[in-house]
Design a protein around this ligand. Structure first.
Ligand code: FMN
Length: 179
């Protein structure tokens, strides 16, 4: 069987903000989390933490209590699962490294892991949307994380309903310098 080029998967993914009211099978969520778990991270620190919320009441609490006003996100209530993503910074190594270079390694690591998860979801036919417009303390309280985990966002997961919008990207010559 011929392999589907990876770029097609990437091209097909768009943020999904409309979902069918259908649960997401646990095996699908586990495969997505496995893809995230295998992501690279600075010094292999693996600072990412995930809280998978399938329970309807808790999903509603996330939507009602942890999203900031200003961006319409009621659609998130229809996603079969919401995955909270957080960073558990391991003291010195992360802090010293970031102080020396100015690079926020744990956040980069979480971004990579989060996108592994999203692309695995895409391959399974699921839709996702990153949500960064959150109240960190509310997310932490609702998913029960301790203070050493900093929530960085939510990723909604569900079966896409309706059309998805393709948003434009900057052309390569505007973002790349060849030397
Ligand atoms: C870190 C991050 C945070 C985001 N936060 C939100 C958000 O709070 N609400 C929302 O509706 N979309 C959010 N998005 C989705 C972006 O708006 C979307 O990825 C971007 O417009 C490009 O569109 P596309 O994903 O459909 O290609 C976020 C995306 C990222 C990567």
């Amino acid at each position: 069987m011929e392999k589907e080029p990876f770029i097609n998967l990437v091209k097909h993914r768009t943020s999904c903000r409309s979902y069918e009211a259908k649960p997401v099978p646990r095996e699908h969520l586990e495969l997505m989390l496995e893809a995230a778990r295998l992501a690279p991270s600075a010094c292999n620190k693996q600072p990412w933490r995930f809280a998978v919320v399938q329970d309807a009441g808790t999903r509603m609490r996330l939507v009602k209590e942890s999203l900031r006003v200003g961006i319409e996100m009621k659609w998130a209530a229809n996603a079969g699962a919401i995955i909270a993503i957080g960073v558990r910074s391991k003291g010195l190594v992360h802090k010293v490294g970031t102080r020396i270079t100015g690079v926020e390694y744990p956040q980069i690591d979480l971004g990579i892991a989060g996108e592994h998860l999203v692309l695995q979801a895409e391959e399974l036919g699921l839709g996702t949307c990153w949500i960064g417009w959150i109240k960190q303390k509310a997310v932490r309280r609702i998913v029960g994380w301790s203070k050493d985990v900093a929530p960085m966002g939510l990723i909604t997961v569900g079966w896409p309903a309706g059309e998805r919008k393709t948003r434009p990207r900057l052309p390569l010559d505007e973002i790349v310098k060849w030397i």
